[in-house]
Design a binder for this molecule. Structure first.
Ligand SMILES: Nc1ncnc2c1ncn2[C@@H]1O[C@H](COP(=O)(O)OP(=O)(O)OP(=O)(O)O)[C@@H](O)[C@H]1O
Length: 264
């Protein structure tokens, strides 16, 4: 069959070429004038990857048919080795968005450090109390870290969501895997040190560890980083906390993707 372009004369072909170029400029201009388009597409891809539906067409139809999407209140987890700066980043986030996020206070069997208070940084409970809560199924995740137990109470997380706030979790790799395996929807950011040596300096600077606990923390840090790197579905997003301002900017970029309703 003859190609239609062969039937047209040279002048007609050049008019068509010009029109194609014009159209492509008009489309580029339109896209440049509407940066929200990129944001909407990014949000859609994030939502798609969070759910990974088999039927993408139906998922897309439902996603775009919601006239005003309900703001996501899925918990936000900062995950990473001890001393990497999770609490520091969480504090910065809560300062920037007062009343939006609420920290879920974990329970632990470790002893309070310095001025830490029960019900503020952690609920400090005994090993016996902790074990009976595990038996009762009170935790969405719990883990034994550095010879102590840490856990996140189901009730605490649900209570924060029921009050319209985004629950922030400061958890370790084992905890994140448990929540993921329980099919609970939550956003996950893994915070990396620049190097293990940097982490060691930071932990020494914090001054809360003796040489033995420091060694355990550093060994666990390497294990956690390796586990996170080899589980991209549980740990889809990494930020590196070298320069704090840069790390915070990287965190904010993810926050605006997860919680599109938050004002920049
Ligand atoms: N980018 C940074 N540069 C230098 N120091 C930092 C940076 N981020 C955090 N720090 C410091 O590193 C120490 C550890 O930070 P932080 O307590 O926030 O870590 P964490 O991950 O919450 O630790 P843990 O899990 O043990 O509670 C603190 O003294 C903090 O001030």
């Amino acid at each position: 069959m003859e190609n239609p372009a062969d039937i047209l004369n040279a002048q007609q072909n050049s008019i068509i070429d010009e029109r194609v170029i014009q159209l492509s400029h008009i489309q580029d201009d339109y896209i440049t004038q509407h940066p929200e388009l990129q944001q909407i597409l990014n949000d859609f891809i994030t939502e798609l990857l969070n759910h990974k539906p088999q039927d993408i067409t139906t998922f897309a139809r439902e996603y775009f048919s919601k006239s005003s999407p309900t703001p996501s209140l899925n918990p936000l987890a900062l995950i990473g080795p001890s001393g990497v700066g999770k609490s520091t980043l969480i504090k910065a986030l809560m300062n920037q968005f007062p009343g939006v996020f609420e920290f879920s206070i974990s329970s632990t069997t470790r002893k309070p450090r310095g001025a830490e208070q029960n019900g503020v940084e952690y609920y400090f409970i005994t090993k016996e109390e902790f074990k009976s809560k595990i038996e009762a199924g009170d935790f969405i995740e719990w883990a034994e870290v550095h010879e102590n137990y840490y856990g996140t109470s189901k009730a605490a997380v649900e209570d924060i969501k029921s009050r319209g706030k985004i629950c922030i979790l400061d958890i370790d790799v084992q905890g994140a895997i448990k929540i993921y395996d329980a099919n609970i929807e939550f956003n996950r950011v893994f915070v990396m040190p620049k190097t293990i040596k940097d982490l060691e300096d930071r932990l020494r600077g914090r001054g809360t560890d003796n040489d033995d606990t420091l060694r355990i923390r550093l060994r666990n840090a390497e294990l956690e980083i390796n586990t996170a790197r080899s589980n991209p579905s549980v740990f889809p997003h990494f930020i590196t906390n070298d320069d704090l301002d840069e790390a915070y900017k990287d965190l904010l970029r993810l926050i605006y993707r997860y919680y599109a309703h938050l004002k920049r």
